[in-house]
Design a protein around this ligand. Structure first.
Ligand SMILES: C[S@@+](CC[C@H](N)C(=O)[O-])C[C@H]1O[C@@H](n2cnc3c(N)ncnc32)[C@H](O)[C@@H]1O
Ligand code: SF4
Length: 364
């Protein structure tokens, strides 16, 4: 890790601690959909891109929103979409985020990485690139399209060769376990081979379909076994970014409920869980400027350009209270929420370990 990065992360860490002593809240971490365009059409995608009728934000609007987020205290920006690598102004966006000293992660399907790394030197400024990989070649191609696995793996190689920090992220889809596929084990093998950290996300019901999304009950129920397996693999030293203690909660969830989302007026939190922070200290901004708290509330909210960033944030908090949503089965969000509630020192240790691993992956 370079001295510059150590100073940068120490500054972010200090600001983070200070932000938690303040009374007012603000999204410390923002996931920004910088485009609604995508070069793929994945079966499981929550961002139902063809339903977004509004135009994308202009580059000037995106840069000014980033300025405003930073001025209010945002410390980390994750760039996603659609596919962020199709947006021609992505280098300008990365430059802006990094010029503010914020942590910047790109989430990508990876298929355009090799080409873009050659074209855009700004990609080397990224603190992390999260490459989406949903299982072995057959499974990944069945979800994301023929030939995508090879192109994504090639993108991952390009990151390794260039020394850009990389992690893998697998999302479960409705039929991820059909034909004896075990997506989490495929990712574990790749992770061990290339010494790259990874995690697995449960399929999140698409907010434009029935929220129960029956087609995915099977995949949802399998999550408990997936997290049980990940606990075993983690014991053997496989680089899984999720904390042991959060994986244990993921296994335990089904002992209390079989629902994906719990609401305050009807449900109780399983023991040891903290109130979800989505829409409070983290949130999403859609490609048209809509601010929303989390994937189950995708595309719902005020618009940061038409209504203002602060106003959209205040509305989002109000909606969280009205909906009275407590928690959903999203382990990455649990980890984030527990961390920002300073619930457990093990999370701070785990996060430091993940950043260290991310920046120290071996080159092949
Ligand atoms: C919407 S994509 C946008 C970035 C990029 N196009 C990609 O595929 O990585 C962001 C992340 O959400 C994940 N994702 C998509 N649909 C999902 C769903 N229904 N449940 C959980 N994760 C999902 C993707 O696998 C990806 O890692
Ligand atoms: S590549 Fe990403 S944004 Fe595009 S359809 Fe797939 S999951 Fe959705």
């Amino acid at each position: 890790m370079t001295l510059k990065r150590v100073v940068q992360y120490s500054r972010i860490g200090t600001k983070l601690m200070m932000s938690r002593t303040k009374k007012e809240t603000w999204p410390i971490s923002v996931s920004f959909h910088v485009t609604k365009k995508c070069n793929l059409k994945c079966k499981h995608c929550y961002a139902v891109l063809d339903t977004i009728k509004e135009p994308e934000l202009t580059i000037e609007q995106i840069l000014s929103v980033i300025d405003e987020l930073y001025n209010h205290g945002t410390l980390s920006i994750r760039l996603l979409g659609g596919e962020p690598l199709v947006r021609k102004e992505l280098p300008e966006i990365i430059k802006k985020v990094k010029s503010k000293g914020m942590f910047c992660e790109l989430v990508t399907n990876g298929t355009l990485l090799r080409k873009r790394i050659g074209q855009w030197p700004e990609l080397k400024k990224l603190d992390s690139v999260c490459v989406s990989l949903d299982g072995d070649k057959i499974l990944h191609d069945s979800i994301r399209g023929k030939g995508t696995f090879n192109r994504t793996i090639d993108g991952m190689y390009a990151l390794i060769e260039t020394g850009i920090p990389v992690r893998l992220h697998g999302a479960l889809a409705a039929d991820s376990f059909a034909d004896n596929h075990e997506p989490h084990k495929s990712l574990a093998q790749l992770s061990a081979k290339y010494r790259i950290p990874f995690n697995i996300a449960t399929y999140c019901p698409n907010p434009f379909k029935n929220s129960d999304d029956n087609a995915n009950r099977e995949s949802f129920k399998m999550s408990s076994q997936v997290y049980r397996d990940l606990l075993e693999l983690k014991k053997k030293g496989v680089m899984i970014t999720t904390t042991k203690h959060i994986l244990e909660k993921g296994v335990d969830w089904f002992n209390y409920t079989d629902k994906y989302i719990l609401y305050g007026h009807t449900d109780n939190l399983p023991p040891g869980h903290k109130l979800c922070q989505a829409g409070i200290t983290n949130c999403f901004i859609n490609s048209d400027g809509g601010m929303y708290s989390c994937i189950p509330r995708w595309a719902k909210g005020l618009n940061v350009i038409h209504d203002g960033v602060k106003e959209s944030y205040e509305y989002m908090i109000k909606m969280r209270k009205i909906d009275n949503c407590l928690l959903c089965y999203n382990l990455a969000q649990w980890e984030y929420s527990s961390f920002f509630n300073f619930a457990d020192p093990r999370l701070l240790f785990n996060m430091s370990k993940n950043i260290f691993r991310l920046l120290h992956h071996k080159r092949h």
